[in-house]
Design a binder for this molecule. Structure first.
Ligand code: PXP
Length: 387
């Protein structure tokens, strides 16, 4: 099969996961018994789509998808999809952009294969059923090609155990090395103002020993900012911090702290340190993260993990999925974390635009029973299973 994917969508608004879309097209061709076919999928703007709609259908304005069957038997034809219209429709349907692009792709492919919902009510029904069936079959299909989210292990709670006795054991620096040997692609520590677990010594030593990526979680306060500027971690993640909380309780309110955050991000940028901001899955906060100059957001997965009922969990999952795509489409890199465990991680890892998962408590808790090496490997298995 030959798949020609041409991305002419507005690059300043959308960063599409081309590997995923190509892999889904290939899988759909297989499901439709079209292994030998050649198809072109062109992703374009409303403006371009309106031009095609006028020229070939004599209709004014854009539409979501158009199909042009090929003259040659060996080729299926071309599918044109307006990403601007798809984005708007995805919002109305409360589904993610990549899900809706998949639906439009299915619709376009079925047209190329001779289905026509305008021919009769019966035909419309048959086509609709086929679309639903294919969409269900494809939804959780991901490409081996796609970049899987990387596992970054937060070792704060190794330090929590050490601080319980005020001695030197267990050492989070050694723990970080074990996590890396077990396959973790990053190490995360939160240097809190009250120093309840991680100490300055840990951060400085980790800077020297971490072979993957060191992500320093921190509040945007003067003392910690100057430590970060000296240590130069690979990434800093700005989080809200309250003295009394057991753990970080929610995303940062970037809108309310805009001035302070812009200043912190700019200091970090001058020192060559990329900044991520921990946010709730909220479009306004994501836009604010971009406005203050962050390169990444880390989406707060806590409410999804703590959901008390299935409908609540579904609602929280969809918020996360949409927020991830909104952030990715606006040019931010997307990480996620907080509260993830061995049951909740796979579904988040399957969101195709998430680059890194930051996971601590569940891994350290399991390590007490099975060892740190195995606990990390088992979490990696959860991520791999999402592929
Ligand atoms: N991400 C952020 C921003 C956090 O504050 C924490 C907790 O330190 C985590 C991820 C990891 O959360 P957990 O320990 O629940 O996996």
């Amino acid at each position: 099969m030959i798949i020609n994917l041409i991305d002419q969508a507005d690059q300043s608004r959308f960063r599409l996961n081309q590997a995923l879309l190509r892999a889904r097209t290939a899988r759909l061709l297989e499901l439709l018994d079209q292994q030998e076919a050649a198809v072109s999928v062109v992703l374009l703007t409303d403006q371009e789509m309106a031009r095609y709609n006028q020229t070939y259908r004599h209709k004014e304005g854009p539409t979501n998808v158009l199909s042009f069957p090929a003259e040659l038997d060996s080729e299926l034809g071309d599918i044109l999809i307006s990403v601007d219209t798809a984005w708007q429709e995805a919002g109305e349907k409360q589904i993610s952009l990549h899900q809706h692009l998949t639906q439009l792709l299915i619709h376009g492919l079925l047209h190329l294969l001779g289905h026509d919902h305008e021919a009769s009510e019966k035909q419309a029904e048959i086509m609709q059923d086929k679309e639903t069936q294919l969409f269900q079959a494809i939804q959780h299909f991901h490409s081996g090609e796609r970049i899987m989210p990387q596992l970054a292990v937060n070792v704060d709670h190794i330090a929590t155990i050490r601080q319980a006795r005020g001695g030197a054991e267990p050492d989070p620096v050694l723990a970080a090395g074990i996590c890396e040997l077990a396959g973790a692609k990053g190490i995360v520590v939160h240097l809190r103002e009250d120093r309840r677990h991680i100490q300055e010594r840990d951060v400085r030593l980790l800077r020297q020993t971490v072979k993957t990526r060191l992500n320093l979680e921190m509040a945007a306060v003067k003392e910690i900012v100057s430590i970060a500027l000296e240590v130069v971690p690979d990434l800093v993640t700005l989080v809200p911090e309250k003295r009394q909380e057991l753990t970080t309780e929610g995303g940062l309110d970037i809108i309310a702290n805009e001035k302070k955050l812009r200043k912190t991000v700019s200091k970090m940028s001058e020192a060559g340190i990329p900044v991520s901001i921990f946010v709730d899955p909220d479009a306004e906060q994501i836009k604010a993260a971009l406005d203050v100059g962050a390169a990444y957001v880390e989406l707060h997965t806590g409410r999804y993990c703590d959901a008390k009922s299935q409908p609540e969990r579904e609602r929280e999952f969809h918020l996360l999925e949409q927020a991830a795509e909104t952030a990715f489409a606006s040019g931010l890199q997307v990480n996620a974390g907080h509260g993830l465990d061995y049951r909740t991680t796979a579904r988040i890892a399957a969101i195709p635009v998430i680059g890194e998962l930051s996971i601590g408590h569940a891994i350290i808790a399991r390590a007490a029973f099975v060892g740190l090496d195995q606990a990390v490997r088992e979490m990696q298995d959860c991520i791999d299973l999402a592929a």
